[in-house]
Ligand binder design. Structure first.
Ligand code: SF4
Length: 482
């Protein structure tokens, strides 16, 4: 339920002041204590590291006004547009593009934000070749698809440049509140939807800044950390409250359950799997997500000379490209299967080749060698197997001198704290009703990677939005029944 802006301004202001709380967790007692602290916008808190800015410029530079209007005028504004159907959040693409063509940039941004509160980050991070742009009718006429992502970014950048106010307000206060565990895209989208329905939304995150993978896990040349934070500042205008630096365990979860009307789980996935070989604990072995977070936040500004990345998904490619850009002379991506079996998108593979990453196919590490730190990888080449799941046979051993090994062989789940039997898991993932996001415990909802095993940012946003609507409907049903 939306309400007019004037009557909600004070509510939004009050809630905005809540949005800068820090939650402290007493590790002895398990208690949580909130304290007012930070009033600086998230965007201003972003670490600025000149080396990183210089080495990770925009992969796809933005359109200027003339180019944006020309591109918008190329769109056919299709009825029942396939680009909209291909977007998990169903942004009305022809509508926002038409508004760019007519110079109504605020209206264009509102159209985007109405469907996708993280429209700015999605315009940079989405694999549009396999989503909206891949579905554009221009392909049928052998023409270049409309540059939807760049147009979306153009409209969202214009919104930020003009002060960055949200084109809608929180809904009339219902007196209900929801705790959201995890501060990534699913929770952010859910929180925005809850605020638009007049429900208090309080996010709890283990990191010192919000955004989850958007802030810490997407390659900097696609989505800079500061840009992710700038977008999240918009959610503070809606009155979303943030609590940082706390890892929610089963004790804290029970406290949150007692103090809130519903819980949303947007906890993503856990750490990267281990290889289970000797030498894995040596200094110089790191997981890909930590590596990406470290350079994005400026903790790492240079790579050693020889780097090996184990794995061949999109995260592996991001880590390998990062090592090249951070100055490594030799970056190998090592994969036990062949080129055709990689899980990375084809365009990501092509990009990595252009960056200078070398690929070792049908190769797997059997040991990490070194006295006090990594010095080499013990590798074995494998017979390419056309035999489905049968284990490939080893062919020959060799060693590769390496200074840094980055593991990117898939993520484990992060649902141990839910194993009280009240919430059903399947393969470690939270089982939900896909329409409402509700789990097998009616007070709990969930979305994003912890429910689907790891998909795109835009899928997490769609999940969060659906769950926000699902929670609002469930709370309304509860109220009607009392
Ligand atoms: Fe425009 Fe292509 Fe979408 Fe049609 S399918 S509305 S041409 S972007």
């Amino acid at each position: 339920m939306l309400h007019n802006q004037d009557s909600n301004e004070s509510q939004a202001d009050d809630a905005h002041s809540l949005a800068r709380k820090t939650l402290q967790h007493d590790s002895n007692t398990g208690d949580i204590a909130r304290s007012m602290s930070e009033t600086t916008p998230f965007f201003a808190q972003a670490p600025r590291t000149p080396e990183i800015t210089e080495r990770f410029p925009d992969l796809h530079p933005p359109l200027n006004r003339t180019a944006a209007i020309a591109e918008a005028n190329r769109c056919l504004y299709c009825f029942d547009a396939p680009c909209t159907g291909a977007c998990p959040t169903h942004i009305d693409v022809p509508r926002f593009i038409k508004k760019i063509a007519s110079g109504n940039l605020e209206g264009s941004a509102k159209t985007i934000l109405d469907a996708n509160i993280l429209g700015a980050s999605c315009s940079r991070a989405c694999p549009v070749d396999v989503l909206c742009e891949g579905a554009c009718v221009m392909h049928r006429y052998n023409k270049q698809p409309i540059e939807i992502a760049k147009l979306q970014r153009f409209a969202m950048d214009a919104l930020h440049e003009n002060g960055g106010s949200l084109p809608f307000s929180p809904g009339e206060d219902t007196g209900k509140s929801v705790a959201l565990v995890g501060g990534g895209p699913a929770s952010l989208a859910c929180a925005a939807e809850l605020r638009r329905h007049g429900i208090k939304a309080e996010i709890f995150d283990a990191r010192p800044l919000p955004g989850g993978l958007n802030t810490y896990g997407v390659a900097e040349y696609k989505l800079p950390l500061a840009e992710s934070l700038r977008e999240i500042d918009l959610l503070a205008q809606l009155g979303v409250a943030f609590n940082f630096s706390v890892t929610v365990d089963d004790k804290i979860l029970s406290d949150l359950e007692a103090s809130h009307d519903a819980i949303f789980l947007g906890v993503g996935l856990g750490g990267i799997h281990q290889l289970g070989i000797t030498g894995e604990s040596l200094p110089g072995v790191q997981n890909a997500l930590d590596y990406i977070a470290d350079y994005k936040s400026g903790k790492v500004t240079a790579a050693p000379r020889r780097v090996a990345v184990i794995g061949a998904g999109n995260t592996a490619i991001d880590a390998a490209n990062a090592a090249v850009r951070l100055g490594a002379a030799d970056v190998h991506l090592i994969y036990r299967r062949g080129r055709e079996q990689i899980s990375a998108f084809a365009f990501e593979y092509e990009h990595a080749k252009q960056e200078g990453v070398k690929f070792l196919w049908h190769t797997t590490p059997i040991g990490i060698l070194g006295a006090d730190a990594v010095e080499a990888l013990d590798l074995v080449t494998l017979e390419a197997s056309s035999n489905g799941p049968s284990p490939p046979q080893a062919r020959e051993n060799f060693q590769l001198s390496i200074d840094l090994v980055i593991l990117a062989i898939g993520q484990s789940t992060h649902t141990d704290f839910l194993k009280n039997g009240q919430i059903k898991l399947e393969g470690g993932h939270v089982l939900i009703d896909r329409v409402t996001g509700q789990t097998t415990n009616p007070k709990y909802f969930a979305g994003g990677d912890c429910t689907n095993g790891g998909r795109e940012v835009v899928d997490a946003v769609a999940d969060g939005k659906r769950a926000g609507i699902g929670i609002a409907a469930w709370l309304e049903g509860q109220r009607a029944n009392t």
